[in-house]
Ligand binder design. Structure first.
Ligand code: CA
Length: 173
């Protein structure tokens, strides 16, 4: 069946934040994408994309990563070519974690955070994590296939009191 309801094809996720003051543990935030098939258990994504893990088919790419938030412009950038994902993938969840190795740190303790999801020049999501200030990690958005197989966006920040490893098992729930 053909459809005129074109879904989301390709998005760019950008993340910004400010560095920690000198002498304090670095503010290290990470973009994470998790992919799921229809029957994937929510706590076991098929694969993850982040600073240390690539997508096997190159459809989701972390173009830039930062361990400190130093410098101008976006600190982390991820591209998701959703229209290129194999049909068996039905859901992609995008989240942000704060590394906890220097001690507990929440979004409220990291200045000037901003996450944006854009398709071309259109802002789909723009948020500052203020609504999840006490959290250590957060789901930013989920992309799911509709009945026609087109990708749709589910907005809404969801915060978790979870370190990065724990978060990857929770973000699909
Ligand atoms: Ca990082």
């Amino acid at each position: 069946m053909s459809t005129l309801n074109k879904g989301i094809e390709k998005v760019e996720v950008t993340l910004k934040w400010d560095p920690s003051p000198a002498g304090e543990p670095d503010n290290d935030l990470d973009l994470i994408a998790a992919t799921y098939e229809a029957d994937t258990p929510t706590d076991k994504p098929v694969y993850l994309v982040h600073f240390d893990s690539r997508s096997p088919d190159g459809t989701i790419t972390l173009n830039r990563d930062s361990r400190t938030g130093q410098g101008f412009g976006s600190d982390e950038v991820m591209t998701l070519e959703l229209e290129r994902l194999a049909e068996r993938y039905t859901r992609v969840v995008v989240g942000v974690v704060i590394q906890q190795s220097g001690g507990p740190k929440t979004f409220g303790e990291v200045p000037n955070t901003e996450v944006q999801i854009r398709e071309g020049y259109t802002d789909l999501v723009r948020d500052d994590f203020a609504s999840v200030a006490p959290s250590k990690s957060a789901v930013v958005a989920a992309f799911t296939r509709d009945a026609d197989g087109e990708w749709r966006l589910q907005k809404g920040l969801r915060g978790f009191d979870a370190d990065p490893n724990t978060f990857t098992a929770l973000m699909g729930g």
